[in-house]
Design a protein around this ligand. Structure first.
Ligand SMILES: C[S@@+](CC[C@H](N)C(=O)[O-])C[C@H]1O[C@@H](n2cnc3c(N)ncnc32)[C@H](O)[C@@H]1O
Length: 186
């Protein structure tokens, strides 16, 4: 077995945790790749709520979802993930965040520590037993290290009796490859 990149490992973890019928969140839709991946995992009887603040991103995501026939199980929302509680009332089985900027878009529009942490906290409040939140943390851009540090401090302080927190990181690579953080509810 080869060690997986943080991005590939995020999909491995989701595949092993998410079941047909589940309710899940793509907190940073971007081009929609994770939304489509989740839509296929939850199937017709589950639901994916997919957020992005940029209409360019939600348009790309909606197009990808339509093309792949997954519209029934997907709601694409042009709003910040920090407002997740205004859209999702159900128990949540899983969520993924890809932090940073949209590679094909404006590199100055980045996820921000305060709104990221607020969204994570709101999802934690609704997380089902064994439910999982995955954060793929890109931090090579301006502002990225601040977000990584604040987020790390937040997750390190989660109560170990309620949550297990994993950090997956290659520590001998240059160019700041992304770090994966996974939080699972006990
Ligand atoms: C690294 S990209 C996501 C890549 C995506 N997973 C994909 O497969 O293409 C980060 C995205 O987060 C979005 N974003 C930034 N702040 C946000 C917020 N508060 N709520 C939701 N999305 C946000 C950006 O607009 C950007 O599209």
């Amino acid at each position: 077995m080869k060690l997986q990149s943080a991005l590939n490992f995020s999909h491995t973890l989701l595949k092993q945790t998410i079941n047909p019928g589940d309710t899940v969140i793509d907190a940073t839709a971007g081009k929609g790749n994770d939304t489509l991946f989740l839509a296929n995992l939850v199937g017709n009887h589950g639901h994916v709520y997919s957020f992005d603040i940029q209409k360019q991103a939600t348009d790309m995501t909606s197009a990808l979802i339509n093309k792949n026939g997954c519209t029934n199980q997907t709601t694409v929302i042009t709003d910040g993930h920090e407002n997740v509680d205004q859209y999702v009332a159900d128990e949540i089985n899983g969520a993924i965040f890809n932090l940073g900027y949209l590679p094909t878009g404006n590199h100055e529009i980045i996820t921000q520590p305060q709104t990221t942490i607020s969204a994570v906290q709101k999802i934690l409040n609704r997380l089902a037993k064994n439910g999982i939140i995955i954060l793929v943390v890109y931090y090579g851009h301006p502002g990225g290290t601040t977000e990584k540090d604040q987020l790390t401090k937040f997750v390190e302080n989660l109560d170990q009796h309620q949550f297990q927190v994993l950090k997956y990181q290659f520590i001998n690579q240059i160019n700041e490859p992304p770090i994966l953080i996974a939080i699972q509810k006990r």
